[in-house]
Each structure stands twice: as C-alpha cells, then as structure tokens.
Ligand binder design. Structure first.
Ligand code: UDP
Length: 427
C-alpha cells in the first residue's frame, strides 16, 4: 500500500516573487546547485556578500547557493580563508579575502578590553569592506562578524544593508557585549534583516525591539536532486569502506564536532543500543579539538568504540546520508535552523531531532520525523530503538520527510524569496 503523504504546507512569511524577476537560463553550468537554482536578471541589483568564515558551515552553504546564482552581478568578501573560498570559486564567484588575524581571533564571548585591542584592525576591515561596497547596489551580510564590520562602515559606503540572521541571539550562544553591539547595529545601521527561522527571528525581536513584520523568515533550501542521484552501489561502496558488518543498522550524526552539537549524547545512547552502529560525520571547525579528543575517549570508556566511526569532514554529504538507516540531530542548545535535518529528510531517511529552536519548524513529531528533548539520552536511545524495530514506521516518516523537504525547503523557494528580499533592500 502506498503511504499517505501529508501535503499541509508549513508556514512561510513571504510569498514567492514573480517569475519575471528570475532568469533560469543564466544559471552557471558548473554549479552543483545549478539544476535547481535560478539567476538574478539584469534588473536585479548587484550585491556584495560578506561572510566571516573560510570554513563550511550552514550559513556558508546557504550563501554558496545564493552567490552561485548571481555570480555576474556579485562579489564575495571572506574575512578568513579556507575551503569555502575554493567552493565559491568553483562556481565562478569572484572572491576577496580580507583577513586580519587579530580580528579573526575575537571570540564569541568577547569582552570590552579584548575588543579595544583590535580596534585598529577592525577599522581597517571596516574601511576595506566599505570601499568594496561602494561598487555595488546592496551590501549583504551573512554572519555576525560580517554584520559588525559591514554595518559599522555604513557612513562610508551609504549602501542598503541586508543581514541574513543565522543565529539565535541569546546568552546561550553569545556574550553580553556582542549582543549589545548587534542590538545597536541592527537598530541604527541595518536596513533589512532576514531570519533563517521563526526561532531566530523571535530572539532578534526580543533583543532589538524592531517590528516583527519587518523581518521575513526565509528557510534554507536543500537540493533534493543531489540525493536522488545516489544509487545502491554508491551506498554499498561507502559501507564497505567503513568496514561495517553487512547488515549493520547505522545511525549518522552530521555536523561540526562541538559541545553544543551534542555528539557526546549520541555516544551515550549507543551504550544503550547494542548492535547499532554510529558514524560521526564532521570535524572540529572552530578550535573544538579538545572536545573531539574527549569524544574518542568517551567512546572507549563506554565500550562502544568498535561501533563508532569518526569520518571527519566529508564533502559528499548526500551519499553519506543515504548510507544511514537513521539521521540523528542532538544539539543541546536551540538550533537556529539545522540544514542537516532537512538534508536527512531530502535523503529520505527518518530523522530524530532535538526539539528546540528552528527544529520544531521543520520536524513534526511522528509525522515527518521524531522529536526528542535536547540532551535526553534515554529518549534518544528509545527513539532509535523504536525506528530500528519498526521499519514500516521509519519508512512512513522518511516518505513524508522527503515530500516536505521537496515542497517546503527547496532551493528554488529559498532563492526566490531571498532575491525578493534583496530587491526590496535596494529600493
Ligand atoms: N557538512 C558537510 N560535511 C560534513 C559535516 C557537515 O558538508 O562533514 C554540512 C552539512 O551537510 C550542512 C552544514 O555542514 O549543510 C551544517 O549546517 P547546519 O545548519 O546543520 O549547522 P551549522 O554549521 O550552521 O551550525
């Protein structure tokens, strides 16, 4: 019997733009997302994108799709170098790296004195970004540090500033000084904010007091076709490479290794699930090496090391996801969005996710996935066990997940809404 797919749409706060604003024929042929992306027509403003990271996280994958869809009329400034630059350049994007080691060293929990020491470096970067921004119609800031440096230069460049907010702005994630800086910059120097989820948006409204109806929510888009291209032989090859027993039941957890991503919770759950194997896909991208080391020690101490693989950072996420029986999301703090969840859905795999932040806008419990309390090892282990023991249920959730990923989180909806927001910012 064919499983029923629930087609109830999830809420989006912006209607799609008129198709006339999009020129699909101009999509870059080399782009990985070209098949499902569209390109700005010449009537769309030129854009300078700024991102602080050279590493590939969720915000950078979102920008990769956007910048890759309008390479002829945009440039990307990165505040540090890394594999993100190569990925942008492969799409044909023009990239400038404006790196200042001391400014890059400001940590999230920045103190006032720590900030003072880097003022000269900050001013240099503010001036450099402003000089580039003057050549474009819109300045698009994609991360926190990009927001600070790009918005501070507003009196110099005088261009409309749009900020794509990828974070939940609370003390769980940020220092007091940083939140205060964000609050005042948003109030005084940012023309438009786009939030990546309702959860992110709520935190912005609470912090800044700006009008809720001025902040559209635009969800990230995931290219479901990239997952469809994976076939059984790709999966079998990968499983052999991992040295797994032939019929191993496999859970996958994707994302950088960082305490708040909760890989330690998944390891603890493994100790309760003899026979289940776990692959951790991701690396410590921002100095969390001590945590990565602790995870190895924890796996040994729990006696699960022979059932846990540390795969490191992988470029080909679709085949890794398709090789799993279940995808786990274990963040212990509210996740602003969680691309990995939508990717798991696009891979047509059941997803078990920590119910906080933007996650609850994506996953509906026992409809298109499974929600557990963040940090609750017993609940996570029970959920994994339930899906392993009931393949029909797992399949039903996966079918609905795929349908939702395709309809609610497509790259097209993401690009169209984002282009509409950029167009509004330029007016
Ligand atoms: N990712 C990847 N390779 C890895 C681990 C993660 O390409 O080895 C990707 C993952 O597929 C997702 C992104 O990194 O697209 C992480 O985004 P998410 O929103 O889940 O987390 P964030 O990095 O924003 O905290």
């Amino acid at each position: 019997m064919r499983p029923t797919i629930d087609a109830t749409p999830l809420a989006h706060s912006l209607p799609l733009v008129q198709p006339a604003l999009i020129d699909p024929s101009a999509a870059p042929a080399s782009s990985a997302s070209a098949a499902s992306s569209a390109t700005l027509s010449p009537t769309i403003p030129s854009v300078l994108f700024v991102d602080q990271s050279g590493q590939l996280g969720g915000a950078e994958f979102a920008l990769l799709q956007l910048a890759g869809s309008c390479i002829a009329r945009s440039e990307v400034v990165l505040l540090s170098d890394g594999p993100f630059r190569a990925r942008l350049e492969t799409l044909g994007a023009r990239v400038q790296v404006l790196n200042d080691a001391r400014v890059s060293g400001i940590v999230r929990q920045a103190s006032g004195s720590n900030c003072l020491r880097v003022v000269p470096g900050i001013l240099r970067q503010v001036r450099a970004i402003a000089a580039r921004a003057r050549k474009f119609d819109v300045l698009f800031l994609n991360t926190q540090k990009a927001l600070v440096l790009g918005a501070l230069g507003k009196p110099l460049h005088r261009k409309p500033v749009i900020w794509y907010q990828h974070d939940i702005l609370t003390r769980e994630h940020f220092g007091r000084v940083q939140l205060s800086v964000i609050k005042w910059l948003v109030r005084l120097a940012v023309d438009h904010v786009v939030a990546n989820s309702q959860a992110s948006k709520r935190s912005l409204i609470a912090l800044t007091g700006i009008a809720a109806d001025s902040v559209p929510v635009i969800y990230n888009g995931v290219d479901a076709d990239a997952f469809k291209r994976i076939d059984d032989s790709d999966i079998a090859t990968l499983r052999r490479r991992l040295g797994l027993p032939e019929h191993a039941w496999l859970a996958g957890l994707f994302g950088r290794l960082a305490p708040w991503k909760g890989q330690h919770i998944a390891l603890e759950a493994m100790a309760r699930l003899p026979g289940v194997h776990l692959v951790l896909v991701g690396a410590p991208l921002f100095g969390e090496d001590a945590y990565a080391q602790r995870l190895h020690e924890q796996a040994e101490a729990l006696g699960v090391a022979d059932r846990v693989r540390f795969a490191g950072f992988q470029d080909d996420v679709p085949v890794w996801m398709k090789a799993m029986d279940v995808i786990l999301h274990t963040s212990t703090e509210p996740e602003p969005f969680g691309r990995v969840i939508v990717e798991g859905m696009a891979a047509a795999r059941p997803v078990i996710a920590a119910a906080a932040g933007g996650v609850t806008e994506i996953v509906r419990h026992r409809r298109n996935g499974w929600l557990v309390k963040p940090g609750d090892v017993a609940a996570l282990a029970d959920a994994i066990g339930a899906l392993r023991d009931d393949p029909a249920l797992a399949q039903r959730l996966a079918n609905q997940a795929l349908a939702d990923a395709q309809t609610e989180f497509s790259v097209d909806q993401y690009l169209q809404r984002m282009m509409q927001a950029i167009g509004r910012a330029a007016r």
